[in-house]
Design a protein. Structure first.
Length: 154
């Protein structure tokens, strides 16, 4: 009887944990890079639902690693600084944009060409892994011209 109750409790907890609502990912994009450039930046707006979540990491096949970065002013100079995670409040949004928080693609394996799409897997503390299609825009772009979301559960 005790084993049955424990098994039922564990099953209920695992179902609850895996049912976390994935955040809505709006207007993802990456700025194009020349072939010889080894870094790039990706941007997206992360909108949460009823529960807060935290972006804890990311990965893509086009770069050796992806880091969460923020831009800060130190001694009159703007500097990019890595972040361990990025909190997304319940019923809130966090915009990753040029000049602010962004995903830094480090060790690019090739240049990123306007018109192509790059998949980046975002890892959230509660929602888990979410694959996002990031269109590559012209290097002069400041943000995408369209508005929509592109995501799929991993």
């Amino acid at each position: 009887m005790a084993r049955t109750a424990l098994a039922t409790l564990l099953l209920a907890l695992s179902c609850t944990a895996s049912a976390a609502e994935a955040p809505k990912l709006v207007d993802p994009w990456i700025r194009a890079t020349p072939p010889q450039v080894m870094t790039g930046a990706a941007y997206v707006t992360i909108q949460s639902g009823d529960a807060a979540d935290k972006l804890t990491g990311a990965k893509t096949s086009v770069a050796a690693k992806v880091e969460i970065h923020t831009t800060m002013q130190q001694g009159g100079v703007m500097k990019m600084m890595p972040m361990d995670s990025l909190a997304v409040p319940a019923h809130g949004a966090v915009k990753l944009a040029p000049g602010g928080q962004h995903l830094m693609l480090i060790g690019l394996k090739r240049g990123l060409t306007p018109g192509e799409t790059v998949t980046i897997t975002l890892q959230f503390e509660h929602a888990g892994a979410v694959d996002v299609a990031f269109p590559v825009l012209d290097a002069r772009a400041s943000e995408p011209e369209h508005h929509g979301d592109q995501m799929s559960r991993h």
